[in-house]
Design a protein around this ligand. Structure first.
Ligand code: NAG
Ligand code: NAG
Ligand code: NAG
Ligand code: NAG
Ligand code: NAG
Ligand code: NAG
Ligand code: NAG
Ligand code: NAG
Ligand code: NAG
Length: 894
């Protein structure tokens, strides 16, 4: 589709009429009901009469408008309605060709008819949860709020509809105004990617209508008094809710509810009575004792028992009528705190244990489309990589994300986003955001109140950062802190993600933002400056995350692909935004070509990228793990970033299509629970232990060989165990004897269980990368001399025998698990073997979970890896290829 065809399709609309008739089931019908507006008719205001009162009368014919779901930005709606197709939109530079900003410079209208049957003593409330950038709202021909109040992507408000609703069809019209990231409190992408054409404008979160009797109640806020977990312990829970008496008389009410505990734990019922004066609003507290409390843990350290609370609000009339009820809310019993240590670094504590953050930064969908299943898969990938924390930088997403995190044991570090309007401070000269004025503070307040209410009870919350690159000014800090206090926020509150400054009320953030964001060599992380492994790195990485060829071909044209490997300094549309430092791969490619050799073709380029990316993420996570209890401990790091908003070439650990790649498996190795790691600076081996309870003797085998498989050195070390800490075990001997390239294998063995707990291979150069620390910028530290891995281009070839050996029966949920046996039949190492599962259409299977990948096998070594994926192994081909191994396709056993 070209631009003019797209534009005409835009205004035609696809769906048919959708007006509710008087006979349709009411949206809400009893006190305590709350319902999402189930969908919308969407149209540009330029294509509708300029008569909001008229358009918000029931029964207006909007059959020519686009039919969209309950929540979505304008672009998300147009994608859903088929006006755009994201496969096409994301291909090459189509985003620029197929969409036009002018389409989104005018307001867009969201309209829906629905049925209500109001009666005496019934009250109706409209709940918004944020509309980008701001909105006028009309009901049945009357304007109920203007865009002066309904403002900001996180502006959640309640509007009293009682006087506006009528029996039969009612109509709701939202006029959403265009978004400018510098002027509005929105969800911007700064330098992450090109901006969505609509800047995220629209009803991106649900809108709800509730019905109550004379008294209403808010969702519960849950406070537990757990400090340190013990067995059979008693915990007190305080439930807080806001009661509002809408009636003009004094009423007696009871909160009557239940907490459903996980098996083994016991909780009493909730039953408390209150008296409310005419029109009174009051926050009430209810204390409940829990016996044998089940404590919630982050995934690696234990289980995720969850409690569910639900209550009714009963009126003390003759029949104890229900006046309101809460939705079932899930919460967990655990304790999270943070402190700034003697080095001014922030450290976190979960359930009394030092919690080293091994995290990554989350990218929402470019069009803010939300798919709970996708989030689940992303978190599952995170857990598979050994990550324990996801950072949401101003992308607090939908409420379901926190439920998924609670269930899976993923910690969430949420907070406001950098730059743009959010950081329009007088002392911030780095960003162009319009400076805050008087009218901005109420928007910030509403946002903080709303997000805090949404997150409050979730055990997965690790903390909230009220600033990112910059700290909020004192007045904004007070607004944020008051709102958090009002919402009984008991988790850490941190001033910003950097050490540039801080508001008095919060003190130093203890988080460094000193880069890198672009390529640095592996030994960088073992240094003692900038982003190296000490303290808490809030966003940092070597800028890697190149997708494999199969994925690249999905979003790059032949021309784009040729540019990618042939022109190392070219500007690339699928890197960061055009005005960003990261619009090209010049720093990365210079290092790649110097270290691994100039690319011969696309496949060669991508293979070299995978090796470089693997090396980069492994070293970053290994160094942070190794230094977990150093004299200046590495308290945590957030890889920049976890994933991308669209098909992208960097800043990710798996690609947009959920294909894992080099960066993924480097991370997975670097984060292992127990691991032996090579220190590129000291040339020594670290023993790393992140576990709290794994027991037994360990032995480390250290073997160094050359490219012909000839032994340079070999040792076995027995070592004593150390709980949740790391130590240097021994220097690697023979590093000085490397001539062109060598391979170092570290195997950590549980001798009692006779099981290797970690096995890992490095390729090493006789020449180290040399960093010029003094010339560091905010995004990288230059390298004056590079390691040399060019020998990898002409290794003697290896012959690997690979068979799919064991296949477990397909599980009920459609998953297949199989083992692949690899055997190097040669006298030389088989280097960087990639295993890939291909479905009958020739596409990579995703998501896919390999126990290990991108493996290097020793001469004659046998190794077994396992794989799990959704699908049938009989229709799946497993491909194996490597740096010096020819590609082969494996058939599954009958
Ligand atoms: C989107 O476009 C692609 C490529 O042109 C096509 O294969 C796909 O079927 C389209 N999707 C929809 C939902 O129309
Ligand atoms: C989106 O916001 C940017 C500022 O960040 C602005 O330059 C641009 O015009 C906006 N686009 C639209 C469609 O309003
Ligand atoms: C829980 O509350 C009860 C009664 O208020 C109190 O006696 C007890 O000490 C509390 N338990 C804890 C662990 O604070
Ligand atoms: C909502 O409006 C109704 C009808 O005017 C009124 O009785 C009630 O008190 C209002 N509720 C609040 C919380 O203002
Ligand atoms: C409270 O609710 C429970 C069921 O959830 C019910 O059995 C009980 O009768 C209710 N109590 C009152 C006072 O209504
Ligand atoms: C920590 O920060 C404070 C100022 O907030 C400063 O006085 C102190 O010297 C710093 N300590 C270290 C170890 O850098
Ligand atoms: C970390 O703790 C272990 C065990 O106490 C100790 O052997 C090791 O030296 C410590 N590491 C550092 C870098 O201090
Ligand atoms: C983990 O290390 C900390 C000190 O860093 C210590 O207080 C804690 O007891 C250790 N946990 C276990 C299970 O050994
Ligand atoms: C890791 O720490 C645990 C808990 O103290 C201990 O049982 C285990 O042996 C340690 N493992 C290693 C490899 O040090």
């Amino acid at each position: 589709m070209n631009l003019s065809q797209t534009l005409s399709a835009l205004f035609v609309g696809l769906a048919g009429a959708h007006a509710a008739s008087n006979t349709a089931a009411p949206l809400v019908s009893s006190p305590g009901d709350i319902s999402i507006i189930p969908g919308w008719s969407l149209q540009s205001s330029t294509r509708a009469p300029d008569d909001m009162p008229g358009l918000s009368q029931p029964g207006v014919d909007v059959s020519s408008w686009h039919r969209v779901g309950p929540r979505g930005t304008v672009m998300a709606g147009l994608l859903q309605a088929g006006v755009f197709n994201d496969t096409e939109l994301f291909y090459s530079d189509n985003l620029n060709q197929l969409t036009s900003e002018t389409t989104f410079r005018s307001p867009w209208l969201y309209r829906e008819d629905f049925t209500l049957n109001p009666s005496d003593n019934q009250y109706f409330v409209l709940h918004t949860h944020g509309i980008t950038s701001k909105a006028d709202i009309y009901v049945n021909g009357e304007r109920i709020v203007t865009s002066d109040e309904q403002k900001g992507s996180y502006g959640g408000h309640k509007y009293n509809l009682t006087d506006y609703v009528k029996d039969g069809t009612n109509s709701l019209l939202i006029r959403a105004f265009p978004t400018n990231y510098l002027r509005d409190f929105a969800l911007g992408f700064v330098d992450w990617n090109p901006y969505p054409s609509d800047n995220g404008t629209g009803v991106w979160r649900n809108v709800e209508i509730s019905q109550t009797g004379p008294v209403s109640m808010s969702p519960f806020r849950v406070i537990t008094d757990l400090t340190k977990p013990n067995q059979n312990q008693k915990v007190n829970i305080t439930l807080k809710t806001d009661l509002v008496n809408h009636a003009q008389k004094t009423v007696q009410v009871s909160v009557n509810g239940t907490i459903t505990p996980p098996p083994g734990s016991k909780v009493g019922p909730i039953l408390r009575s209150f008296e409310l004066k005419p029109g009174e609003s009051r926050t009430v507290s209810i204390k409940v004792g829990v016996e044998k409390a089940s404590v919630w843990w982050p995934a690696r350290w234990g289980a995720q028992p969850l409690y569910t609370v639900q209550a009714n609000l009963l009126l003390h009339d003759t029949s104890m009528t229900v006046s309101d009820q809460t939705r079932a809310q899930q919460f967990g019993i655990r304790q999270v705190s943070s402190y700034v240590n003697e080095h001014n670094d922030t450290a976190f504590v979960v359930n009394g244990q030092q919690f080293q953050v091994m995290g990554a930064g989350y990218g929402p969908d470019m069009f803010m489309r939300f798919d709970e299943r996708r989030v689940e898969r992303i978190f599952r990938y995170m857990l598979d990589m050994g990550l324990n924390t996801v950072r949401l930088e101003g992308k607090q997403e939908q409420p379901e994300l926190y439920e998924v995190a609670d269930r899976m044991g993923m910690m969430v570090l949420a907070g406001w986003e950098c730059c743009d309007k959010w950081e329009g401070w007088d002392y911030n000269d780095d960003a162009q955001g319009v400076k805050w004025g008087e009218s901005d503070y109420p928007i910030a307040q509403a946002a903080m109140l709303h997000e805090a209410e949404m997150m409050q009870a979730h055990p997965s919350m690790l903390g909230f950062l009220v600033g990112s690159d910059y700290w909020p000014n004192d007045r904004a800090t007070e607004v944020y802190l008051d709102a958090l206090k009002d919402m009984d926020w008991k988790n850490p509150i941190i001033a910003s993600a950097s050490k540039r400054g801080y508001p008095k009320a919060l003190g130093p953030s203890g988080m460094k933002m000193d880069g890198p964001y672009d390529w640095v060599p592996p030994n960088y992380w073992y240094g003692d400056q900038e982003g190296a492994a000490f303290g808490f790195g809030s966003e940092l990485g070597a800028g890697v995350g190149t997708p494999e060829v199969g994925s690249l071909k999905k979003f790059m044209s032949d021309g784009d692909l040729e540019t990618l490997w042939k022109e190392p300094d070219a500007k690339l549309f699928h890197m960061s935004r055009y005005d960003s430092q990261f619009f090209d791969r010049s720093i990365y490619n210079k290092a790649l070509f110097e270290r691994y050799g100039t690319a011969q073709d696309l496949e060669d380029y991508v293979l070299k990228c995978q090796m470089a990316d693997y090396e980069a993420t492994r070293a970053q996570y290994e160094a942070y793990s190794a230094k977990q209890n150093a004299s200046r401990p590495a308290t945590g790091s957030i890889y920049w970033m976890l994933n991308s908003a669209w098909p992208n070439l960097h800043w990710q650990l798996f690609d947009y299509y959920l294909s894992p790649m080099g960066a993924y498996f480097g991370t997975k190795v670097g984060n292992r629970l127990e691991h032996a790691a090579y220190d590129y600076e000291k040339k020594s081996v670290w023993l790393i232990n992140h576990s709290l309870d794994l027991k037994g003797d360990r032995e480390i085998s250290i073997d160094l060989i050359d490219s012909n498989g000839k032994k340079i050195s070999g040792t076995k070390v027995k070592t004593t165990t150390v709980p949740n800490s790391s130590k240097v075990v021994q220097e690697v001997s023979g590093i000085d004897k490397i001539t062109d390239i060598a391979f170092l294998r570290l195997v950590l063995r549980d001798t009692k269980a006779k099981r290797d707990v970690s096995r890992n291979v490095y390729w090493l150069s006789p020449k180290a990368d040399v960093l010029d620390w003094d010339e560091s910028t905010w995004y990288t530290t230059p390298v004056t001399d590079y390691a040399d891995y060019k020998k990898l281009q002409n290794l003697p070839s290896a012959d690997v025998k690979a068979i799919v050996q064991t296949v477990k029966a397909k599980t009920k949920d459609g998953w297949t698990y199989a083992d692949v046996q690899l055997e190097n039949k040669s006298k030389v190492p088989a280097v960087f073997l990639r295993l890939n599962a291909i479905n009958p259409d020739g596409a990579e299977v995703t998501p896919v979970f390999w126990s290990d990948n991108y493996l290097t096998l020793w001469p004659n070594e046998k190794l077994r890896v396992s794989v799990g994926f959704e699908g049938d192994i009989k229709q799946t081909v497993i491909e194996v290829s490597g740096r010096n191994v020819k590609k082969q396709s494996l058939k599954s056993p009958k």
